[in-house]
Design a protein around this ligand. Structure first.
Ligand SMILES: C[S@@+](CC[C@H](N)C(=O)[O-])C[C@H]1O[C@@H](n2cnc3c(N)ncnc32)[C@H](O)[C@@H]1O
Length: 199
């Protein structure tokens, strides 16, 4: 039986612009851990375009199998079966990774989970490895657009722990766990792609 394919229009819109940036980051063969895979649209698009990579989808236990429909349909040899990963869990299902990718997760996670994501990656990413983090961010407390301001208010009204993260806070966190910001790409729809390197 083929699994259902959940669909995100945002993923369809942003997958190609994101690919054009991350293919400059992930240039060497290796395993890329995706955190918070969601529908799986990014996973299949990126794995198809970068066949030298092995793509490891993951998500919280309740969502980890959501991506199966897209993955089964694509039938790519370089996508591993999705694994359950809640970043706040003490044990992760992967010990060593060459790179990491996550989209639209930092504003959904509680700040403690964002900290856990960086710390967990810091313990598993090879020195020199890259972590590409896509989403909306603010800069020194300033929103980059009215739509991001509205989105932030919407998130915080929906659940106190959610909200658009500020680059200054991410930089302070990254310094503690030895990540350096290597690139900050402007993306369509007032999003950014932050490329962090494990130092
Ligand atoms: C807005 S969705 C983004 C999904 C997909 N990456 C995309 O861009 O469409 C946020 C994702 O973050 C995941 N997530 C939230 N908290 C998490 C946590 N603590 N650990 C791992 N994933 C988490 C959710 O399960 C969900 O798949």
């Amino acid at each position: 039986m083929v699994s259902e394919k959940p669909f995100s229009q945002a993923c369809e819109n942003n997958k190609q612009p994101i690919l054009e940036c991350i293919r400059d980051a992930f240039t060497a063969p290796g395993t890329i851990l995706e955190i918070g895979t969601g529908t799986g649209q990014h996973a299949v698009h990126f794995a198809a375009a970068m066949p030298y990579l092995t793509w490891q989808p993951s998500d919280r236990p309740a969502a980890s199998q959501l991506c199966l429909g897209w993955i089964e349909e694509a039938a790519l040899p370089n996508i591993l079966p999705p694994v359950e990963l809640d970043v706040s869990s003490a044990s992760w299902p992967v010990d060593h990774i060459d790179g990491a990718y996550s989209a639209n997760t930092a504003h959904i996670m509680a700040w403690e989970e964002v900290e856990a994501m960086f710390a967990g990656l810091g313990n598993r990413l090879a020195t020199g490895g890259l972590f590409c983090l896509y989403g909306p961010f603010s800069y020194s407390g300033a929103y980059t657009s009215d739509s991001n301001r509205q989105f932030d208010h919407y998130l915080r009204g929906k659940a106190q722990h959610m909200g658009i993260r500020d680059l200054d806070d991410l930089l302070a966190l990254a310094e503690r766990v030895r990540f350096g910001l290597e690139n900050d790409y402007a993306m369509p729809a007032n999003n950014r792609l932050l490329v962090w390197r494990k130092l």
